[in-house]
Structure formats: structure tokens, C-alpha cells
Design a protein around this ligand. Structure first.
Ligand code: MG
Ligand code: MG
Length: 272
């Protein structure tokens, strides 16, 4: 492992393999979350299920205690965008919940998030979910060895803008990841391509569009964690951790390594 280009951590193939193990724990936990979300379940109950799944897999929940965060996952409901604290809130029919999960295996991190509908959501909310998830994959699909970090940013923004009038958060961004959850470089969800550090083998990035049905502006609740939209509009958040190999892209937090979604986008799969 080495550091170069403004603190960017370059992982060996063996270290990436550790990150894949962490990524699979995260991917499986989010799969479990998707099947656990239902009317009446509390965000605290989801947190307990997630923590048990992460620890049973021999991993450590990276969020727990991170700068004092009390949960093992972030649970952000409706107008909450990210960093919601699990607790007594019971989910209701038509709610939407974004669940963010991180796990550590042998010191290496995985980080991913998904947004889940509680029963039947409004059509504009399901559109928001579709657009946000597609933007995540468009971002990953735009990454090439020798390219630049903001190639991803530009692809995320371009996809979102092509789909309608949505808010793209600017105050919160994706990030490098490896031996720590948050590392350089930042990965914004907007901007011109061709900027930022070069995309090289051994770099791992968490791409995470946070998109709203209204404004890009946010506030933080009095709990000092929960990020809400400034205008009360609802939000979605999808995230994956990925890396580039000479063969193509490898989505470390996707159960299939991203193979099927990348194939749909005509992008070579770089996993193994
Ligand atoms: Mg995350
Ligand atoms: Mg992240």
C-alpha cells in the first residue's frame, strides 16, 4: 500500500481482496435490510438486525461510535437524506427509508447504501429512487483507468439532469475508502469531467448520489447528525464501493460484483 496524489491510498490486490470481503458483508446486510423493511418496524429494530448480521459475519460495524454515532447503520426517512440515527420511529405505509451501512474486515472497509420503499410509495418517489440508483451506476460506468475522479461526478449529474428536475446535494459527497472509511479524494455528484486525481489501479471509491425531489440545500437536526432537506422534499441515497482492475470495474459492495448492472451499461466487469 502506498499514498500518492494528495493522500490517495493505493491498495495492493490482496488488500482489495480484503475490501471485497468487507463489501460482501455490507452487501448481504443491505439485502437483509431490504427484506426487513415493512410497515411498523422501527429504525432501531433494523439497526439491531444489521448489527447482528455484521458481527455474525466476523466484521465490525464501522459506523458504531464513528465520531460518537450511536447506530450500526444510518436510517434516513422521507425528508431525511443521510446520517439519520436509528431509534423508536416506526415505518409507515408510503414512507421511504435510506439505509447506509459500513463494515470492517481485518482493518479494511466497505460502505454502501440503498433506499427502500415501505409498501407502496408515491410515483414521484419511486421515480426519485430509480433516477438516484441509475445515477450511481452511471457514475461507476464512467470510471476508466487513466481517467479522472470527476468523470464520475459528471456522469452522475448528467444522468440526474437528463431525467427531470431534481436536487443534487453539494454539501455531502462520495469519497475514497480503504484502511479508513473516509479518505481522499472527494467524489462530488456534480461538476465538469477530467478533474481531480487520476483513476488508477488500487484506488477504491465510494460513489453516493444524494438526490431530492426539490432543493439541493440541507439542514442538520438538533441531534447534530440527521441531514434533512431544506425545503422538506423527500430524498434518496444509493452508494457502492468500487475499484478498477485492468479488466474493468469491480463493485466491491454488490453481491455479484456489479457484473449484471455493468453488462447492461456495456462496461467490462473487472471482478473475479
Ligand atoms: Mg455510506
Ligand atoms: Mg460513504
Amino acid at each position: 500500500m502506498g499514498f500518492r496524489d494528495r493522500g490517495v491510498e493505493i491498495k495492493t490486490p490482496e488488500q482489495i481482496a480484503h475490501m471485497r470481503r468487507a463489501g460482501l458483508v455490507v452487501g448481504r446486510t443491505l439485502e437483509l435490510m431490504r427484506s426487513s423493511v415493512r410497515v411498523g418496524v422501527t429504525t432501531g429494530e433494523l439497526d439491531a438486525i444489521a448489527e447482528d448480521a455484521i458481527r455474525s459475519a466476523g466484521a465490525v460495524p464501522s459506523f458504531k461510535g464513528y465520531h460518537g454515532f450511536p447506530g450500526s447503520i444510518c436510517t434516513s426517512v422521507n425528508n431525511e437524506v443521510v446520517h439519520g440515527i436509528p431509534g423508536d420511529r416506526a415505518l409507515a405505509e408510503g414512507d421511504v427509508i435510506s439505509i447506509d451501512c459500513g463494515a470492517i474486515v481485518d482493518g479494511w472497509h466497505g460502505d454502501a447504501a440503498t433506499t427502500v420503499a415501505v409498501g407502496q410509495v408515491r410515483p414521484d418517489v419511486s421515480e426519485l429512487m430509480r433516477v438516484t440508483e441509475e445515477a450511481l451506476w452511471a457514475g461507476i460506468a464512467a470510471a476508466r483507468l487513466g481517467g479522472r475522479v470527476t468523470d464520475i461526478s459528471h456522469a452522475v449529474e448528467t444522468h440526474v439532469r437528463s431525467q427531470g428536475d431534481f436536487g443534487i446535494l453539494e454539501d455531502y459527497v462520495g469519497h475514497g475508502i480503504g484502511s479508513a472509511m473516509h479518505q481522499p479524494p472527494n467524489v462530488p455528484n456534480f461538476g465538469r469531467p477530467g478533474k481531480g486525481p487520476k483513476l488508477v489501479r488500487g484506488l477504491a471509491l465510494a460513489v453516493e448520489p444524494m438526490i431530492t425531489l426539490g432543493s439541493k440545500d440541507t439542514d442538520v437536526l438538533d441531534d447534530d447528525w440527521t441531514v434533512i432537506t431544506g425545503d422538506g422534499s423527500w430524498a434518496a441515497h444509493y452508494e457502492h464501493t468500487f475499484t478498477l482492475t485492468p479488466e474493468g470495474a469491480w463493485v466491491l459492495t454488490a453481491l455479484d460484483g456489479g457484473e449484471s448492472r455493468l453488462a447492461d451499461l456495456g462496461v467490462p466487469f473487472g471482478g473475479r
